[in-house]
Design a protein around this ligand. Structure first.
Ligand code: MG
Length: 369
């Protein structure tokens, strides 16, 4: 099989509500959708959703990296040879994981379609039967967040992720307000998105939260401060998760060596797609670290790719892929059985892309042959 054409669509997905985290507020979600054509007439879809604060890639840079650098290097290659595809991409450009993820996901979609099986069958088969969805609360006033949390509890959610990271006084108040309102029979995770900056500040906040039943605290300090994370882990009883600080295997190795985290948040957009994500999960498993599959708020295409990884690995114990639920318009129909996730059973990613909607949401596009 040979790649004959790559179509790129720079898309803005409309969000139902603005998504607010410590370092940004999003009103639409920029993504690059990649459609890969082959000489056998089979087509695969991929997606790249950049977060410039995490990988240094932007909407435009992902588009042009794919158009000018990765796309031309891949025409004529065999998309079924995923190890070779990654090697070729790594030789063409350093890092750029989001651009590589778009290619990787399309190759897996193609491979699954070619062999008539869902992607999870290609990477270990189904392990998990069910994953509960966690609802993410955007940063707001303590009262508004508590109100929203209660509403979600009534809708059936049993897992909440609270976004914080402004000042520790406000943040502690937010967390206590949510816990007080929803009671103790619901899990709460806290994502600081680097907002507490240093281990000293983070420890001051965590000291006040030790009695408040927090599952884990995610990325309390600056991304590159893995030493700070290790210090926090040694000095608090609240489990620590690394997110922005962990992109690929290099950071995973450092996290393991420094015993800096109880749990890691793997995202296809940070590590380069399905294949590198599987490698990271195996690396974590060897060190006895649990994993979560997260996302950059992706459409049905990118989210499905994450699901296939999550469902196939025992070491992956939680999932956060709720992009499609946040969009008012999507290019596919990934099924959510709120508050649970359903895994697509059709060949490839199992997502049928609506080309009309794709065109409608596209700001600019390009084809490489
Ligand atoms: Mg996070």
């Amino acid at each position: 099989m040979q790649i004959t054409a790559i179509h790129l669509y720079a898309v803005q997905f409309p969000l139902k509500e603005p998504f607010v985290i410590s370092y940004h507020a999003y009103h639409t979600m920029p993504a690059v959708i990649l459609k890969m054509e082959t000489d056998e007439g089979i087509t695969g879809y991929g997606e790249g959703v950049p977060d410039e604060h995490v990988t240094g890639e932007t909407w435009e840079s992902v588009f042009y990296t794919l158009k000018n650098t990765l796309g031309p290097a891949l025409i004529g290659q065999n998309p079924l040879e995923i190890e070779k595809i990654h090697d070729r991409m790594n030789q063409a450009i350093y890092a750029a994981p989001t651009s590589k993820a778009a290619v990787d996901i399309a190759c897996f979609d193609l491979t699954g379609k070619k062999w008539g099986m869902p992607v999870y069958q290609l990477i270990g088969g189904r392990y998990h039967e069910k994953f509960p969805l966690a609802y993410t609360l955007s940063i707001d006033s303590p009262d508004a967040m508590a109100e929203q949390a209660l509403k979600m509890k009534k809708q059936g959610y049993r897992f909440l992720k609270i976004k914080v990271g402004t000042s520790i006084e406000e943040d502690v108040e937010r967390i206590k307000a949510v816990r007080s309102r929803v009671g103790n029979d619901i899990a709460i995770r806290v994502d600081v998105n680097q907002g507490w900056k240093t281990s000293t500040i983070a420890l001051k906040a965590l000291k006040q939260l030790e009695e408040w039943q927090i599952d884990w605290v995610e990325q309390p300090v600056a991304a590159d401060d893995i030493d700070g994370l290790a210090e926090i882990r040694a000095k608090t009883v609240i489990p620590v998760m690394i997110d922005e600080g962990l992109k690929g295997t290099r950071e995973m190795r450092e996290t393991i060596q420094k015993r800096a985290a109880d749990k890691v948040n793997i995202k296809l957009m940070k590590c380069g797609g399905i294949y590198p994500a599987v490698k990271l999960a195996h690396q974590a498993e060897l060190a006895g670290i649990e994993c979560q599959i997260g996302s950059m708020v992706e459409s049905s295409v990118g989210s499905a790719a994450g699901f296939h990884v999550a469902f196939s690995k025992k070491v992956i114990t939680s999932v956060e892929l709720t992009g499609p639920l946040k969009f008012s318009k999507d290019i596919g129909h990934l099924a959510y059985d709120v508050p649970f996730i359903s895994l697509p059973e059709k060949p490839g990613l199992g997502v049928e892309v609506n080309e009309e909607t794709l065109e409608e949401l596209t700001a600019f596009q390009e084809t490489i042959r």
